[in-house]
Design a protein around this ligand. Structure first.
Ligand SMILES: C[S@@+](CC[C@H](N)C(=O)[O-])C[C@H]1O[C@@H](n2cnc3c(N)ncnc32)[C@H](O)[C@@H]1O
Length: 249
């Protein structure tokens, strides 16, 4: 067992998170950071350290997860959601249900909530989840320099820790396992192809025909599920908005 394999095994044991199908560059970055911060001379020394310090596995997990995000990141995407996608998803007075997967520190979820509030009034809900407990805590606090989150938005957004690669389809906070709209932006880039395929297949299962999936600018629906999605009609393909087609499995 190499040092890295042992670390991944320790993360599974201590944090219940399996990073074996994450891309090596992200794992290396996080590992190097924790090795520097713990003054570990090499991987073997860090493995010894993680064996002695019960909290270090959680710190390594947090170091591996990259939480870069911002309000209205890729403005064209939020314009498309406001002008084309959300109006099409509205079903009379029934609330539009959205799931933001990999919400990081919350900016994306609050941006989406603002757009949905403009389009639907209070008839929407946003579930926003992330694997990082620290990021979810910051997202839930919703405290950002120079920006305040209104009570009207706070009433509509729920944050929860959840691993989209783990055994549970959705967190217990999810009232339903069906969503009209899923944002999964800049998360698949950290996964190897096999894990991207597993996650998209899972997401396809919570979207009814006609539902919308939004990926990040350099992400695509993997070939394994390509027949379940088409580019959202009338929206520039660069926005990576897809419409779920066919039967929901
Ligand atoms: C680069 S951020 C993207 C944030 C936001 N979606 C955006 O595009 O601005 C990637 C996020 O994915 C989260 N993530 C990574 N693996 C995850 C998993 N297995 N389940 C849920 N979230 C995960 C990370 O913690 C991080 O917050």
């Amino acid at each position: 067992m190499t040092g890295v394999a042992e670390l991944l095994w320790t993360l599974r044991e201590r944090c219940g998170v399996d990073l074996r199908d994450y891309r090596a560059d992200g794992l290396d970055r996080g590992l190097r950071r924790r090795m520097a911060e713990t003054a570990s001379a090499d991987v073997a020394a860090y493995v010894a350290r993680i064996g002695q310090d019960a909290d270090e596995a959680e710190r390594l997990l947090e170091a591996v997860l990259v939480q870069a995000t911002s309000f209205f990141r890729d403005e064209a995407v939020f314009d498309a959601l406001r002008d084309a996608v959300a109006p099409a998803l509205r079903r009379g007075s029934a609330p539009l249900r959205a799931w933001v997967i990999g919400c990081a520190t919350g900016e994306e979820a609050w941006s989406l909530a603002s757009v949905l509030h403009d389009v639907c009034g209070p008839a929407f809900s946003v579930l926003a989840t992330d694997l990082s407990a620290a990021a979810v805590a910051r997202a839930r606090a919703g405290s950002y320099p120079g920006r305040s989150i209104s009570d009207a938005l706070r009433a509509r957004v729920t944050f929860a820790r959840h691993d989209i690669t783990g055994p549970r389809l959705a967190p217990s906070e999810a009232v339903v396992a069906r969503f009209d709209l899923v944002l999964l932006r800049n998360v698949l880039i950290y996964f190897r192809t096999s894990l991207q395929e597993r996650v998209i297949h899972r997401v396809a299962g919570v979207l009814p025909a006609g539902g919308a999936l939004v990926l990040g600018p350099v992400e695509r629906v993997p070939r394994s599920d390509a027949r379940r999605f088409e580019p959202w009609p009338g929206v520039d393909e660069g926005a990576r908005v897809y419409r779920r087609i066919g039967e929901t499995t």
